[in-house]
Design a protein. Structure first.
Ligand code: THU
Length: 160
């Protein structure tokens, strides 16, 4: 038996103003997407914004349903929108943020497990790593250079 370790490298920023101009723009777009969240059940708003290789920014927000399991996460809404409208463009980065009705979120919000799986597939699909930028309503920003670092041992087409 051999023990192995997986390490993940990421950057932490204290202020949005420390990010590159385009990353700042992406975080602002994700925050703007919060207004389009349809979340009457959880009241928890999630906003995402995607940067495409042609420079376009595509927004997404969580879209809930009275049949709860039909709820769509903001990240997957944004990815589906981007890949439907611009199927040929690579996805370079995604910013994610959230707003809770009960407390200010002061920690970087991270994509759920299902969204991580979809982010990994999207990287494979476009043969392009996707930078993931995470921030709560306020507070530090975490940037990870590839979605795969968020999901070690992810499932992909090689297993099929
Ligand atoms: N949600 C997202 O939009 N993204 C995530 O990565 C986690 C959760 C949404 C789903 C649901 O509408 C609400 O947040 C509460 O779980």
């Amino acid at each position: 038996m051999k023990k192995h370790n997986i390490s993940t490298s990421f950057q932490i920023f204290d202020q949005v103003s420390e990010l590159t101009d385009i990353d700042q723009k992406l975080v602002l777009a994700a925050k703007d997407a919060l207004k389009d969240s349809y979340s009457p059940y959880s009241k928890f708003k999630v906003g995402a914004a995607i940067l495409l290789s042609n420079g376009e920014i595509i927004k997404g927000s969580n879209q809930e349903n009275a049949a709860y399991t039909m709820c769509l996460c903001a990240e997957r809404v944004a990815i589906a929108a981007a890949d439907s409208v611009y199927p040929k463009e690579k996805i370079i980065a995604i910013a994610v943020t959230a707003k809770s009705p009960t407390k200010p979120i002061d920690k970087p919000i991270a994509p759920c497990g299902a969204c991580r799986q979809v982010l990994c597939e999207t990287e494979n699909k476009h043969n392009q790593s996707m930078k993931v930028i995470m921030q709560g309503e306020v507070g530090q920003i975490v940037i990870i250079e590839t979605a795969k670092d968020l999901l070690p041992f992810h499932f992909d087409a090689e297993f099929l």
